[in-house]
Design a protein around this ligand. Structure first.
Ligand code: UDP
Ligand code: MG
Length: 319
């Protein structure tokens, strides 16, 4: 029985992997219990997979899951949770922005009896102004928009207990916003605080496009408020157009003025068309997700595994 599973999603991280491995080993050697380092290679095009494969040949604590292509960070974490066999599961980024040393603090909270220990960022170093501000805004919008409380400024760096992991595995949804799901399943949760370091090497693997997808997943998976908002705004707009009609009729009937309204109409026409398009866009987001669920495709396809028994068929993916 393994006590700790450390899940490390990797996407083109060859520049940092040796150091990540070294730091993780160093930290985990402080625990007397057994552990595994489970690397999920999310379709890297560089030598990331080969590096971990080499290490796994002589270090049996190192395990590797190779995806058949890039499925995304959140799916890689999900796969890690499916394959992890530890009593406590720790998710950490490969780029050492999340200091591995914090794992020991998380473990001691877990030993105190907490089921989820998430790492809260006090400060983010070495990231662009744009990234910091959009991330800040995102967590605040998420807080206002959702009914469950997703803690502010926490990423996926966290420890979860086996029972939380098992509950997460029962959630069938395809648009996975892991930190939201962890909040959703509940149990005893607590935080440890840290300062987020700079990336050790390489550059961010989260393109703007991936960031937008992540935030849309977070928002639409946990909130219907955007849909309602469109409804409210639409209602308000219809009411104001009635008011507008009343004003025009008033001038026509009681003042006898002719209203040269064609340019007003043109503006209104444009405005309404724009508004309807926004609403269609909103609907599209949800319909797209319904489509995703209805298709019921496996979340990921594993190409090969090292150091793991073959148990893929029981899991969500097909291997
Ligand atoms: N990652 C991944 N798949 C992706 C993008 C990123 O597995 O499609 C991994 C990446 O290797 C890293 C973690 O997710 O371990 C976080 O990514 P990154 O550090 O680039 O994001 P940032 O810290 O800039 O938000
Ligand atoms: Mg990073």
């Amino acid at each position: 029985m393994i006590t700790y599973s450390v899940i490390i999603p990797i996407y083109n991280e060859e520049a940092v992997l040796h150091e990540t491995y070294r730091r993780l080993k160093q930290v985990m050697s402080h625990t007397s219990e057994s552990y595994e380092l489970l690397f999920v290679n999310d379709g890297s095009q560089d030598r990331s997979g080969a590096i971990i494969k080499e290490i796994s040949a002589w270090d049996e604590t190192v395990k590797l899951i190779n995806f058949s292509r890039n499925f995304g960070h959140q799916i890689a974490i999900t796969a890690g949770m499916d394959y992890a066999s530890g009593e406590a599961i720790i998710v950490i980024d490969a780029d050492l922005q999340d200091p591995p040393e914090l794992i020991l603090e998380m473990i001691s909270k877990w030993q105190e009896g907490y089921d989820v220990v998430y790492a809260k960022r006090l400060e983010r170093k070495g990231e662009t102004f744009f990234k910091k501000q959009t991330a800040r805004l995102f967590y605040r919008v998420l807080r206002v928009a959702t009914d469950i409380s997703i803690p502010l400024d926490t990423g996926d760096f966290r420890l979860i207990d086996r029972k939380v992991c098992d509950e997460m595995k029962r959630l069938p949804e395809k648009s996975r916003f892991v930190r939201g799901l962890v909040s959703w399943v509940g149990f005893r949760q607590t935080a440890v605080e840290y300062v987020r370091d700079e990336r050790l090497a390489g550059e961010t693997k989260y393109s703007l496009q991936k960031m937008i997808k992540l935030s849309m997943d977070g928002l639409t998976s946990f909130s219907f408020k955007p849909l309602k908002l469109a409804g409210y705004a639409g209602g308000l707009l219809s009411l104001s157009s009635l008011l507008y009609l009343a004003v025009v009729l008033y001038f026509k009937l009681f003042d006898g003025k002719a209203i040269a309204g064609w340019h007003l109409l043109a503006i209104l026409q444009l405005f309404l068309t724009g508004f309807m398009l926004v609403m269609f866009g909103m609907l599209g987001e949800y319909i797209g997700r319904i489509y995703d669920e209805a298709r019921d495709r496996p979340l990921y396809i594993v190409r090969e595994c090292y150091g793991l028994e073959k148990k893929a068929k029981k899991l969500k993916g097909i291997g």
